[in-house]
Design a protein around this ligand. Structure first.
Ligand code: ADP
Length: 170
């Protein structure tokens, strides 16, 4: 059975990520969604919550599991007996960075194959950072993230707004 790993920050999970997860899960015996513990992006959501949000979204996919990891992605893939790394590609924005990373990873671990799946057109402009901007400004997130992620975003930003306006001060 070939094990594939889809690594990322998932801050938070979007329907763009879900589309890649579902398509990769149909190709491999087992898919592990690997969530960076030490992301350089300074995530909005703590690690435990990013893991929980993905867990809740994948309940219907029996061969998909989620795990947090530290350190190099290729080391994590080796540890769990994986062979393939999955990444998602949006036109323009992702290719150069993914190509650079792929060449580095090939140097570090030549036995791991990279598989990039092209985004589905409806998710082409969807990114976690854009979602956070929209959520922060109170915009509608329908069709962009699962409902439980939208709820988490609303909670996260309403707390920030309340704290900023001093509502929580004693
Ligand atoms: P990272 O910090 O590794 O970029 P992300 O959570 O931002 O983590 O993204 C994880 C993977 O999902 C990356 O390969 C990214 O290109 C891909 N991805 C993000 N958004 C989309 C989308 N809308 N469609 C397809 N792939 C996407």
């Amino acid at each position: 059975m070939v094990v594939a790993v889809y690594p990322g920050t998932f801050d938070p999970l979007t329907y763009g990520h879900m589309d890649i997860i579902e398509r990769a899960a149909a190709l491999f015996g087992r898919l592990i969604v690997g969530i960076y513990e030490n992301s350089s992006k300074q995530p909005l959501f703590p690690l435990e919550q990013r893991v929980e949000l993905v867990k809740e979204a994948i309940t219907g996919l029996s061969n998909v599991h989620v795990k947090a990891f530290k350190g190099l992605t290729v080391d994590f893939i080796h540890q769990i007996g994986g062979r393939v790394m999955i990444r998602g590609l949006r036109a323009n924005s992702d290719f150069e960075r993914e190509f650079e990373m792929a060449l580095m990873n090939r140097k570090l671990a030549s036995d791991i194959e990279l598989l990039c799946l092209m985004t589905s057109s409806q998710y082409q402009f969807l990114s976690s950072s854009l979602i956070k901007e929209v959520a922060k400004l109170g915009g509608c997130l329908e069709g962009m993230v699962p409902d439980h992620v939208a709820v988490a975003l609303r909670e996260r930003f309403s707390v920030t707004i309340e704290v900023a306006t001093g509502k929580h001060r004693m």
